[in-house]
Design a protein around this ligand. Structure first.
Ligand SMILES: Cc1cc2nc3c(=O)[nH]c(=O)nc-3n(C[C@H](O)[C@H](O)[C@H](O)COP(=O)(O)O)c2cc1C
Length: 260
């Protein structure tokens, strides 16, 4: 157990959190079995709703499946170079099966399944990210597979009530981008009630972050975001279509009622 005698020691424990950044170019060095075991344990130590663990991890190391997924999500450097791929899945199927085996008469509605599993899976995913950082590894969350959720769910043999939420790429970094800017804490942290920041405050904060972003030689509009990029990313026509697809997958997999 670390000796927390002064502030510096405490802050050094936060290093994997405060210095983490997404990495999209990985070296060829593989992630060992031991490292995977530690990562798995860290993921599982995250708080979990009722102790149930509404999530599953699917490591993909079959070259054939990786190629099929890459073909579906299109060319992508992070996916191509990452030695370790882990799908973090919302999983209400295994908990329901456990209830069935225990002869527990339980009913989990779609919203309950969705919220519990989203929270559980996300918390455990972030624990994995921080554990990886602590081991000197790096990572990036990706959601490119959302473009082909149906095909990918089939490829992974996912039953009803399992949803591949994030594809986490892990490996040793081959780049060191600077920390990406964040919104100012002042517009994020509220006291006692929500206060929408004034237009000038929001725009000042946006401009400050952009100046910081553009200063970095690593700046990439594709992933780091600027208004015109967000605009391109979230065009109405494109999003209406994606919404429709996402809704139908969520319904099919039991995470949204059929009649919405
Ligand atoms: C839900 C979620 C989805 C993401 N999807 C992608 C993605 O598909 N591709 C990618 O390159 N980065 C993705 N990211 C990483 C973000 O772009 C990144 O965290 C953000 O730009 C901030 O950069 P940082 O992590 O280096 O601080 C995702 C992150 C989250 C939380």
């Amino acid at each position: 157990m670390a000796n927390l005698t002064n502030q510096k020691d405490k802050l050094s424990l936060l290093r994997p959190i405060l210095e983490r950044r997404s990495i999209r170019n990985f070296s060829k060095k593989t992630v060992s079995k031991k490292e995977i075991e530690i990562i798995l344990e860290a993921g599982q130590r995250a708080p979990t709703s009722c102790g149930i663990q509404f999530y599953s991890y699917i490591q993909v190391n079959s070259q054939r499946k990786r190629k099929m997924i890459l073909d579906l999500v299109k060319e992508n450097k992070a996916l191509e170079t990452a030695p370790l791929w882990v799908f973090i899945c919302c999983d209400a199927a295994r908990p329901l099966k456990m209830f069935e085996h225990l002869q527990i008469d339980s009913y989990l509605g779609e919203s309950t399944k969705l919220l519990h599993s989203l929270i559980d899976a996300s918390l455990s995913a972030q624990n994995i990210v921080i554990a990886a950082e602590s081991l000197g590894l790096s990572s990036v969350f990706t959601i490119y597979h959302w473009r082909a959720l149906e095909q990918i769910s089939k490829l992974l043999d996912l039953p009803m009530n399992v949803l591949p939420l994030l594809l986490l790429c892990i490996g040793y970094p081959k780049e060191k981008p600077p920390l990406r800017p964040r919104r100012s804490g002042r517009i994020i942290w509220h006291k006692n009630k929500y206060i929408m920041p004034k237009k000038e405050t929001i725009l000042r904060d946006y401009n400050r972050a952009n100046i910081e972003l553009k200063r970095t030689k690593y700046f990439s509009e594709n992933v780091d975001g600027l208004a015109h990029h967000w605009e391109k990313k979230f065009t109405r026509n494109e999003m209406v279509l994606r919404e429709k697809n996402l809704r139908s997958v969520l319904q099919k997999h039991g995470f949204l009622p059929k009649n919405v």
